[in-house]
Design a protein around this ligand. Structure first.
Ligand SMILES: *Cc1c(COP(=O)(O)O)cnc(C)c1O
Length: 377
């Protein structure tokens, strides 16, 4: 039979922990507290403990989390926010949506994360914040970014959507990604490292004022029912999703450890090959491999992807078209050539299947298929 290896296998997850999940969902069904149930509060407390952060404010999805984080941090129309164009669209979308000004910077081509030097070069008198993304599950260079932010009195806002459970060592301490800045947003979209079975997101912060404002914003600008102090939105994590997340939070470290074992296996087998580059891991980072992303040199990426598809192996190009070249940002007038590292890696990257249930046999099959492609070409 022809193999079919998907990027992600939620059926395998259901087969493993489906009973626990159904039990947790049944409790919510019987409670009939579908919105603002106590389970949402309990999840927020458990996440605070897990992350070592003072406040977790859940909301409807990761895009809202980033938007509410920017609003709660007090950014105003015209303020400039420096971020990476090598990310999912939502990161920069919310900046523009709020009437703030997106300022893109180039990336480090080894880590795929925003280059602190390039971010520094984008600073102007209107700069108010830097928004790094911990792309593919590896922390951005927060030490360098924090230095720059402190020197120029800028806020640091993390897009932690791809790195829940990821960590970074800084100044002799280990921090969870999403807790190394003024405020962070994450997503619980079904494919993320910590995921529910629908939409969900959360804001993390140690700052009491930001947390209180975020809570108000996500609830129509209201603290007390029918008293609206400001213009907000309606963005809630529902109780069924919270119940699912409570079960999966208990297993997050184990899931991430499994992802790291798959990554180790890939890296060990592929690192000697001249035609590709395996992911480069920062010494201080605990990479949680939301994606395992190789770089294919010599322009063979699309051919390799087509070959893998013939073998029944899924793979995805995250991200083919950098944000500064997207139609939606055309008004910025940034031409091809503006960010050489971003544009170079966009032509080289290929993400391979990685998840906690990827059988060893499938890992070997993927590795052998990649080797076979380069032996023949
Ligand atoms: C998934 C993702 C988001 C958006 O999350 P949603 O829950 O889909 O709204 C934002 N930024 C990054 C980097 C993401 O990967």
């Amino acid at each position: 039979m022809k193999k079919h290896i998907p990027m992600l296998d939620l059926k395998a997850e259901m087969a493993d922990i489906g009973d626990e999940l159904k039990e947790a969902m049944a409790v919510v069904l019987e409670s009939t507290q579908f919105i603002n149930g106590t389970v949402v509060k309990v999840l927020e407390e458990e996440m605070c403990n897990y992350l070592g952060v003072k406040h977790v404010v859940t909301c409807g999805n990761g895009t809202d989390a980033l938007m509410i984080a920017l609003m709660a941090a007090g950014l105003k129309p015209g303020d400039e926010v420096i971020t990476t164009p090598f990310t999912f669209f939502a990161t920069a979308e919310v900046i523009s949506f709020l009437g703030l000004k997106v300022k893109f910077a180039d990336i480090d081509e080894d880590s795929f994360n925003i280059s602190p030097a390039s971010a520094n070069a984008q600073i102007s008198d209107r700069s108010r914040a830097i928004m790094p993304v911990h792309l593919f599950g590896q922390a951005a260079d927060m030490r360098a970014l924090k230095e720059i932010a402190d020197e120029h009195n800028l806020l640091l806002i993390e897009d932690s959507a791809q790195s829940t459970g990821g960590k970074l060592q800084m100044g002799g301490k280990t921090y969870h990604t999403g807790t190394i800045s003024d405020v962070a947003g994450t997503s619980f979209f079904p494919s993320k490292n910590l995921a529910c079975y629908g939409d969900g997101g959360a804001i993390f912060t140690d700052n009491d004022t930001i947390a209180e404002t975020a809570r108000m914003i996500k609830n129509h600008g209201s603290r007390v029912k029918y008293e609206n102090e400001m213009i907000g939105v309606n963005s809630r994590l529902d109780s069924i999703q919270a119940a699912i997340l409570r079960v999966k939070l208990q297993k997050l470290d184990e899931f991430n450890a499994s992802r790291r074992r798959v990554a180790e296996n890939y890296t060990e087998a592929l690192q000697g090959m001249a035609e590709i580059a395996v992911p480069k891991v920062l010494q201080e980072a605990y990479h949680v491999y939301h994606q395992y992303t190789i770089k294919v040199k010599d322009g063979n990426r699309d051919e390799l992807q087509a070959y893998l598809k013939e073998q029944g192996i899924s793979s995805v190009v995250y991200y083919k078209k950098p944000l500064h070249l997207q139609e939606a940002f055309r008004k910025m007038g940034l031409k091809k050539g503006t960010f050489p590292n971003v544009e170079k890696v966009a032509d080289q990257v290929l993400s391979l299947p990685i998840h906690p249930y990827l059988p060893e046999g499938d890992q070997s099959y993927i590795i052998e298929s990649i080797k076979r492609y380069f032996q023949a070409n």
